[in-house]
Design a protein around this ligand. Structure first.
Ligand SMILES: Cc1cc2nc3c(=O)[nH]c(=O)nc-3n(C[C@H](O)[C@H](O)[C@H](O)COP(=O)(O)OP(=O)(O)OC[C@H]3O[C@@H](n4cnc5c(N)ncnc54)[C@H](O)[C@@H]3O)c2cc1C
Length: 379
C-alpha cells in the first residue's frame, strides 16, 4: 500500500496551490460579498489544463489521471470552493457523462471544448418537485421527426446561464418510470432555452446558480446522450463521480478553517496566554485535524477506485457524507475559536462555515448518501 502521491501528482498539487494563492485568493471575500461569479478565473483554470486532467489527449485532455483531478479540486477549494464548484460541475457532471456515454461525434463536438476549458458545462436534473426524488421528472421530451421537443424547467443549476453546454434530463416515456428518463445535450442559445431565477444563497455566493427554462426547445436527435431511457443511469453515474469532488470541496474548506483556527488561536491572548494554550481549544484543533485526515483518506480511496475502473459508488457516498459533515463541524468550531470575530465578516471563517453547508446538501443530501451506503451494505 502506498500513501503517497506520484511525482507528477505532487507537481500538479504545487502548481494548483501556487495558482490559487496568486490568482484566486485576491478578491475571494469581495466576490462572495458581491455574489459575483468570475468567468475570468474559470477560463484560467482551462488555460492551465486543469479541466482536462482526467481526459485523454484525443478529447482535449492531458492524459493525466483522476487522482490529479481530485488534487486540483482540493487545492482550489482550499482557497475558493466557489471556483472549484464551477469547475467540478462542468467536468464531473457535464464533460464526464459525455465522455462515458457520448458518441464519437458528440465527444469531438462537446467534450473537447469542455476539457480544453474554452467552454463551461452544467448539469440539469433538479426540478421544483424532483430533488432527492430525482426520478419524479416533469420536464418532457417528445420525439418529433429529427428532433425532440423539450418543455419544463430545472432549478438550482450550478453554472446556469454562464455555461455553454448542458446535460439535461427529461421524461420521454412517463409510463416507464425511471426507465422513461432520457439525457440530452443542450447548447446555450437554442431557441426556447432561456434562464430564469438566479438564486441568492446563504453560501457559495460567488458560484452561479440559475434556473433553466425549456419552452418547445427543438433538440436535434444527434444530441441524445446515450440511449432513450438511459437518462437516470447516466445521471446517477455522473453524480457518483461528482460526489468525490464534493468531498474534495469539503476537504478544502475544512483545511482552510483549520489553518485559520490554528493561526488565530496562537495569536489571540486571553487571561495572559494564547487561547491555544487551553486544552479545551487545543483538543478542538486535534479533533479537526483528525477528521480532516479521515476525510482525505476516504476521498482519495474513492478517487483511486474510480481511476482503477472499479465500483466506487458506495465509497464516493461515504467520502461525501463524512467529509461534508466534518467540514460543517470543523468550520463551526473554527468560528467558535475566533469567538465574536469569527461571527464578523472581517475574518474568513464565517464564509467557510456558510460554504460548508452546501456540501451536506447538493449532489444528494447526506440522507440520500446514507440511502446509497445502506443499500450497498444490505445488498
Ligand atoms: C447551490 C446549489 C447548487 C446546486 N446545483 C445543482 C446542479 O448543478 N444540478 C442539479 O441538477 N441540481 C443542483 N442542485 C440541487 C441539489 O442537488 C438538491 O437541492 C438536492 O439534491 C436536494 O434536493 P431538494 O433541495 O429538492 O431537497 P428535498 O429532496 O426536498 O429534501 C429535503 C430534505 O428531506 C430529506 N429527504 C428527502 N427524502 C428523504 C428520504 N427518503 N429519507 C430521508 N430524508 C429525505 C433530504 O435529505 C433533505 O434533508 C443544487 C442545489 C443548490 C442549493
Amino acid at each position: 500500500m502506498v500513501f503517497e502521491f506520484t511525482d507528477q501528482q505532487k507537481m500538479i498539487q504545487k502548481m494548483v496551490r501556487e495558482f490559487a494563492e496568486k490568482e484566486i485568493a485576491p478578491g475571494v471575500s469581495e466576490r462572495d460579498e458581491r455574489e459575483e461569479f468570475s468567468r475570468v478565473i474559470s477560463d484560467r483554470i482551462g488555460e492551465l489544463g486543469l479541466t482536462g486532467l482526467c481526459f485523454p489527449e484525443a478529447y482535449g485532455g492531458s492524459d493525466g489521471d483522476y487522482i490529479s483531478y481530485i488534487i486540483a479540486n482540493e487545492e482550489l477549494a482550499k482557497v475558493d470552493d466557489c471556483v472549484q464548484a464551477g469547475c467540478a460541475a462542468s467536468i464531473s457532471l457535464c464533460a464526464m457523462p459525455i465522455f462515458q456515454f457520448g458518441t464519437e461525434e458528440q465527444k469531438q463536438r462537446f467534450l473537447v471544448p469542455l476539457a480544453e476549458g474554452v467552454k463551461l458545462g452544467a448539469f440539469g436534473l433538479t426540478e421544483p418537485n424532483a430533488g432527492s426524488d430525482a426520478a419524479s421528472q416533469l420536464t418532457t421530451a417528445v420525439a418529433d421527426g429529427d428532433y425532440y421537443v423539450l418543455n419544463g424547467n430545472k432549478i438550482f443549476i450550478t453554472n446556469g446561464g454562464e455555461a455553454e453546454t448542458y446535460v439535461v434530463f427529461a421524461m420521454t416515456d412517463k409510463t416507464k418510470g425511471v426507465k422513461g428518463i432520457t439525457a440530452f445535450i443542450l447548447e446555450k442559445g437554442m431557441p426556447g432555452f432561456t434562464f430564469g431565477k438566479t438564486e441568492h444563497k446563504m453560501g457559495i455566493r460567488s458560484s452561479q446558480t440559475q434556473e433553466l427554462i425549456f419552452q418547445n426547445v427543438k433538440v436535434p436527435k444527434e444530441n441524445l446522450l446515450g440511449k432513450e431511457g438511459e437518462g437516470f443511469k447516466i445521471a446517477m453515474s455522473a453524480l457518483d463521480g461528482g460526489r468525490i469532488t464534493v468531498a474534495a470541496q469539503a476537504l478544502g474548506i475544512a483545511q482552510a478553517a483549520l489553518h485559520q483556527a490554528i493561526k488565530y488561536s496562537k495569536e489571540r491572548v486571553q487571561f495572559g496566554k494564547p487561547i491555544s494554550a487551553n486544552q479545551a481549544v487545543a483538543f478542538m484543533l486535534a479533533d479537526m485535524a483528525t477528521e480532516i485526515d479521515a476525510a482525505r483518506l476516504l476521498t482519495y480511496r474513492a478517487a483511486y477506485l474510480k481511476q482503477k475502473g472499479q465500483p466506487f459508488s458506495k465509497e464516493a457516498a461515504m467520502a461525501k457524507l463524512f467529509a461534508s459533515d466534518a467540514a460543517m463541524k470543523i468550520t463551526t468550531d473554527a468560528v467558535q475559536i475566533f469567538g465574536g470575530y469569527g461571527f464578523s465578516r472581517e475574518y474568513p471563517v464565517e464564509r467557510l462555515m456558510r460554504n460548508a453547508k452546501i456540501t451536506q446538501i447538493y449532489e444528494g443530501a447526506n440522507q440520500v448518501q446514507r440511502m446509497v451506503i445502506a443499500g450497498a451494505v444490505l445488498r
